[in-house]
Design a protein around this ligand. Structure first.
Ligand code: DAH
Length: 361
């Protein structure tokens, strides 16, 4: 066989071997390696070209043309395979990164209202539904609204009972009185009545006032900050039976059952007569248990008929109008309804407790 035929044969077999290798390549990296091994400086084709030098000069252009054709054929095949592999790689990536947008999302832990806030809202809503207006007052109060206007004069022992937090170096606008953290929501009675009259209102006036209060006290049933709801109504001929009727309705609505109630005579400076209100024990249905200390009754709030001096302090004619009022501790009500033994649990914010109360899920 002539030298030139042998070279042609070599080129043909190189081409077919290369084309088979290209189509077997399954990654762009493999293909790049093949490109180098066939067309690179030290590649197979260069190797063949070395043989061309040994040919007689007249044969060289013939085989040179053949080598070029082979080179072009391989380069074209490499480019085509490369394009194919690039498309395949892209669709493989799309496939691997595919997300199912129709799947439901993963949700994180959900929060909810604090049990005390839930209690405040629940209690307030009962009165709103009965037609009472909601009023709020400041947590930083002056002595007039927290005490004097509520018929608690400066030297009255009831002031001492309130364990008041006074605010150091802070006095009211005209500098005559120290300021304090309100010890109860009863001052909202005074503020709401004054506001109502200033706006030209005439009784009837029925108000529910939820809010935060402060006393220097801390144990199983007391916290220095707690919440109260104050309720009152002023009109012509408001009587103790109105008070009792509202209490009966409200306490049954809150505890979601017919609760027995009793009014026990008591003393509050801002009401006359005054009564503490008990409900039949919600734990033993009045039979007597550890929680009601065997009595079958549990004290839930303080109440009474608004003292004439209180009405007078805001300029309401106590001869013409009368009113009832009561005030309750929100934490205590929530504890009784949910069977919570220690008031401090509300403020420690232990998620195990809060999630049982439906706060964190
Ligand atoms: N303000 C009283 C307290 O915090 C609660 C109270 C008692 C409110 C009797 C009233 C009431 O309106 O009539 O201890």
């Amino acid at each position: 066989m002539s030298e030139i035929d042998a070279l042609k044969l070599q080129l043909e077999s190189l081409q077919s071997e290369a084309l088979a290798a290209f189509s077997a390549a399954d990654s762009l990296n493999d293909l790049q390696a093949l490109r180098v091994s066939y067309l690179g400086k030290k590649g197979a084709l260069t190797e063949v070209l070395k043989g061309v030098g040994k040919l007689p000069p007249e044969d060289r252009p013939v085989i040179g043309k053949f080598v070029n054709q082979t080179k072009q054929a391989l380069a074209a095949a490499l480019d085509a395979t490369e394009a194919e592999l690039a498309v395949k790689a892209k669709s493989a990536r799309i496939e691997s990164e595919k997300v199912d947008v129709s799947l439901p999302g993963r949700s994180g832990p959900k929060g909810a209202l604090h049990p005390v806030q839930q209690g405040l809202d629940e209690l307030t809503a009962i009165f709103v539904q009965m037609g009472f207006d909601v009023a709020e007052g400041p947590e930083i109060e002056d002595e007039f609204h927290n005490f004097d206007a509520l018929n608690i004069p400066p030297e009255h022992p009831a002031r001492a009972m309130h364990d008041t937090f006074f605010i150091k170096d802070m006095r009211n606008a005209d500098g005559t009185e120290p300021m304090l953290l309100r010890t109860h929501t009863s001052p909202v009675q005074i503020r709401a009545m004054k506001r109502f009259l200033a706006e030209g209102g005439e009784p009837p006036l029925a108000v529910v006032a939820p809010g935060r209060v402060y006393r220097c006290d801390y144990d199983v049933t007391h916290s220095p900050m707690f919440h109260q709801v104050e309720v009152f109504k002023v009109d012509h001929d408001v009587s103790l039976s109105h008070l009792k009727g509202v209490l009966q309705y409200f306490l049954s609505a809150y505890f979601e059952k017919d609760v027995a109630i009793r009014l026990r005579p008591h003393y509050f400076p801002f009401t006359e007569p005054s009564a503490e209100v008990d409900i039949g024990c919600v734990f033993c249905a009045g039979k007597g248990c550890r929680i009601c200390k065997g009595s079958g009754w549990i004290e839930v709030l303080g109440s009474g008929m608004i003292h004439p001096n209180v009405l007078k302090s805001v300029g309401i004619d106590a001869g013409e109008f009368s009113g009832f009022a009561f005030g309750l501790g929100v934490e205590r009500m929530v504890m009784l309804k949910q069977g919570i033994p220690d008031l401090r649990l509300f403020f420690e914010n232990d998620v195990r407790f809060l999630s049982r109360m439906g706060v964190a899920k």
